[in-house]
Ligand binder design. Structure first.
Ligand SMILES: C[S@@+](CC[C@H](N)C(=O)[O-])C[C@H]1O[C@@H](n2cnc3c(N)ncnc32)[C@H](O)[C@@H]1O
Length: 221
């Protein structure tokens, strides 16, 4: 029976694609990658491109975020994957970072398992782990917890000392103001490990930076 591989390709640096991910991609007759824009590029696909064998069917599927046609577009992608699996073809579905961190893959996995298909998930290097190495910053240490949260929930930080803030785009000002109020030291990183990577630690610069692929690492004494 054909398998659906849910593959985490890491933050966008082809060298951070795991050997296991590269092997599963090479073992797939079909590769499906998501894009946020209709006809837009897929970062996951660009990251994995060199591991795709010649002759593989490569398809970018548009997963609109919060738009009216979201349900029909998702159904179209699911139906396509199901059709390929029924033809006996292994399908790799690519996701940025790790498939189980804020990813549309979670819904695809449930759907395909409910439909009786075999699924294998391959962990990827999460964007915030890659970012921490790039800026040489401790993510968490000792017996402290690490809080990972989306920017829209930044005000929920309580007594945590180590925090990762994801989905910072369009919330930059709220995030840095809240972090300063709470006494955090922080660094902003966008496109970690990819072309166009930006690292910022000044409030004014972060507020002006606008990139969907951005996160903030923060810590305090
Ligand atoms: C839908 S979530 C996907 C997270 C991904 N599954 C992971 O494990 O990192 C998208 C968010 O991940 C973060 N992100 C993903 N890749 C990134 C990169 N290369 N540099 C900085 N942030 C990134 C951003 O906060 C972005 O808003």
């Amino acid at each position: 029976m054909a398998i659906l591989y849910g593959i985490g390709v890491g933050p966008g640096d082809p060298e951070l694609v795991t050997i296991k991910a590269a092997r599963r991609i090479a073992d797939s007759q079909v590769v499906v990658a998501p894009s946020a824009e209709e006809g837009g590029e897929s970062i996951a696909l660009e990251t994995a491109r060199e591991y795709i064998k010649e002759g593989t069917e490569v398809v970018i599927k548009h997963f609109p975020m919060g738009k009216e046609n979201r349900v029909s577009k998702i159904k179209e992608a699911y139906d396509f994957i199901e059709e390929k699996l029924r033809e006996g073809k292994n399908v790799s579905f690519l996701t940025i970072g790790d498939p189980y961190i804020y990813s549309t893959y979670i819904h695809l996995l449930k759907h395909m398992e409910e439909r009786g298909f075999e699924v294998e998930t391959i962990a990827g290097i999460p964007s915030f782990c890659a970012a921490a190495s790039i800026v040489d910053r401790t993510l968490v240490v000792g017996n402290n917890p690490l809080l990972i949260l989306p920017a829209a929930r930044v005000q929920d930080i309580k007594d945590e000392k180590y925090v990762v803030i994801m989905k910072v785009y369009k919330q930059e000002e709220l995030v840095v103001n809240t972090l300063e109020e709470k006494g955090f030291d922080y660094v902003y990183i966008s496109r970690a490990g990819r072309e166009g990577q930006v690292i910022l630690d000044k409030k004014e610069d972060i507020i002006q930076a606008r990139d969907y692929m951005s996160l903030i690492l923060a810590s305090r004494e």
